[in-house]
Design a protein around this ligand. Structure first.
Ligand code: GRF
Length: 205
């Protein structure tokens, strides 16, 4: 990463609202980055229509023997498009060290809970069923443990009486979009310091 804009590689599997938020922020001049490539693990992902003109590929998991081989294919595409930072934005597959190792501290995920609470699938429903009164979202670096990597930023969201999973997910999603842009901005501005699993945000360097 030099002084040029950060080139993002966005991994998606579904709706793509986080991707759309990134594309919009870049177009509006609010994020010093470029979307280098969008890679989807699902052919029908709506996200593939929300790339803002960036190159996009469906990479079919069925075409690969295992996760490592699949991730190697992704790695080649990310490298071919000059990706500095990998963003998992609603990406529904576990990533392996094949991808994590070359992108150590340059691969982030957005998760719809205040980690380490409610990792894994349907985090909003987990929070509701647990009876939590506050949940939220987390942007973290991806390491070998699912939803466990060093936390970059979090936002709290209240759980209100009568919330359904969909209503709560919508309330969290608005914060996700804001938080993801904030975290990418920190990285673009090289403001993050990482010690062990503690990430601190300093001034611009
Ligand atoms: C978001 O809630 C994200 O936190 C989770 O999957 C959802 C993806 O939404 N990992 P979208 O595809 O970005 O609209």
């Amino acid at each position: 990463m030099s002084d040029r804009r950060l080139t993002l590689g966005i991994l998606v599997s579904g709706r793509g609202s986080n991707l759309a938020a990134i594309v919009e922020a870049i177009a509006g001049g609010a994020l010093p980055a470029t979307v280098g490539v969008v890679l989807s693990s699902k052919k029908e992902a709506e996200a593939l229509q929300r790339t803002g003109g960036a190159p996009a590929y469906f990479v079919d998991p069925a075409g690969y023997a295992d996760r490592a081989e699949y991730d190697l294919a992704l790695l080649h595409l990310l490298k071919a498009h000059g990706v500095d930072l990998v963003v998992l934005a609603g990406y529904m597959r576990l990533v392996t060290s094949v991808l994590i190792e070359p992108y150590r501290h340059r691969i982030i995920n957005i998760h719809p809970s205040l980690l380490p609470a409610f990792p894994g699938l349907r985090a909003q429903r987990q929070a509701l069923e647990h009876g939590a009164k506050v949940t939220g979202c987390t942007v973290h670096f991806v390491d070998e443990e699912m939803d466990q990597g060093p936390i970059i930023a979090q936002a709290a969201v209240p759980i209100l009486e009568g919330d359904t999973e969909a209503v709560l997910a919508g309330r969290i999603l608005r914060e996700e979009h804001r938080l993801l842009l904030l975290a990418i901005g920190y990285i673009a501005e090289k403001r993050l310091r990482i010690e062990g699993r503690v990430v601190s945000v300093g001034g611009m360097s």
